[in-house]
Design a binder for this molecule. Structure first.
Ligand code: HEM
Ligand SMILES: CC(C)=CCC/C(C)=C/CC/C(C)=C/COP(=O)(O)OP(=O)(O)O
Length: 303
């Protein structure tokens, strides 16, 4: 007799679980920071006069395309994800969602996202969105099983959304646009080398050829982290140079400070190569990026 309400409750719980599974497939935590980057690039490109509608359009469109790429990434990696502790409980390897339904969901998100970008902010952001999708899904994802250079390709895919944000409001890519791309590109090396070290056993089990797997001593991961942090320090200063006669010293000094913070965290990881310094480096990377982005916003638009 009581099976009616119980069934309804069960069904509601199942729908709720499925919705949260589909959301999980889109890797929402990474997406939030990525979309903040897109927004900041669009803001910088607007030279202090942001077109709010275009800004919102490029955020929405990029969110859809990025979500689609994350869904497809998990459709292709299901066997590896099943073998790794960090990913085994994801919706597809755990069997909560089928690969087919997920691929359909990802395709829908991607098609809507690219069409939305085309219709609202134009060809260039849509084109770069499509290229980034292909790079992440069809080049980076299979490359993880082949060579540690996969991270370099992944970092290009991770940084390209900066150009989507920029091109949505400004058709000309200047030195600041290149610097924004470079900041996000180089930031990913210390960010990911810390993760690659922390999950090295997992990655090895999943057949992923990360630097921390092919060189178990951690030296190569450390070198990648330190080199990335050094390059990051240099490129983060560039947006402050602006017109040579009036460099923004305030911005440049604070960027240098942030760069040194990342370099010290990377150096400590390189010299110790233990979980403690890796965790500190990952934490430092997640503190650094929002601060550096905030600095870019307060950088005067005349630069
Ligand atoms: C080569 C490129 C990248 C790789 C391989 C990578 C990989 C990862 C992985 C595996 C985690 C999960 C760590 C954990 O479970 O403890 C993570 C965390 C995170 N990543 Fe990245 N990432 C990359 C680029 C990016 C980019 C471009 C962004 C955004 C701008 C980003 C933002 C984040 C954030 C916010 C977290 C913390 C949230 C979480 O724990 O899921 N990452 N990254
Ligand atoms: C517009 C568009 C298509 C944007 C996509 C950009 C994007 C999602 C960048 C993230 C960068 C990246 C390589 C993350 C790690 O993936 P991973 O597969 O190594 O992470 P995992 O091991 O947790 O699955």
């Amino acid at each position: 007799m009581s099976s009616g309400p119980a069934t309804l409750t069960d069904r509601k719980a199942r729908v709720k679980q499925q919705m949260s599974d589909y959301l999980e497939l889109t890797k929402p935590k990474i997406a939030v920071l990525l979309l903040v980057c897109v927004a900041i690039a669009a803001y910088c490109a607007s030279n202090g006069q942001p077109d709010v509608a275009r800004l919102i359009h490029v955020i929405v469109g990029t969110a859809l395309v990025a979500a689609s790429s994350c869904v497809w990434n998990q459709c292709l990696e299901v066997h590896a994800d099943r073998r790794m502790n960090r990913t085994a409980q994801r919706p597809i390897p755990s069997g909560r969602l089928s690969r087919y339904a997920s691929a359909l969901f990802g395709t829908l998100l991607g098609s809507v996202g690219i069409s939305y970008l085309l219709a609202t902010v134009g060809v260039m952001p849509a084109l770069i969105g499509a290229l980034t999708w292909i790079l992440y899904v069809f080049i980076y994802t299979p490359m993880k099983q082949v060579t540690p250079w996969n991270t370099t390709v992944g970092a290009i895919a991770g940084a390209l959304p900066m150009l989507m944000g920029w091109l949505a409001v400004n058709p000309v890519l200047d030195l600041r646009a290149v610097a924004l791309f470079a900041i996000l590109f180089f930031w990913q090396f210390p960010h990911f080398m810390a993760i690659a070290w922390l999950y090295r056993e997992d990655y090895a089990q999943g057949g992923m050829k990360m630097w921390s797997v092919v060189d178990g001593s951690g030296t190569k991961a450390g070198i990648q982290a330190v080199s990335g942090a050094m390059a990051l320090l240099l490129v983060s200063v560039v947006p402050g140079i602006g017109q040579i006669a009036t460099p923004n010293v305030f911005y440049m000094l604070l960027s240098l400070l942030g760069g040194v913070f990342m370099l010290v965290a990377s150096w400590r990881f390189f010299t110790s190569r233990d979980d403690k310094t890796a965790r500190q480096l990952l934490f430092a990377s997640l503190i650094y990026l929002p601060c550096q982005l905030a600095l870019l916003v307060i950088l005067p638009s005349s630069v």
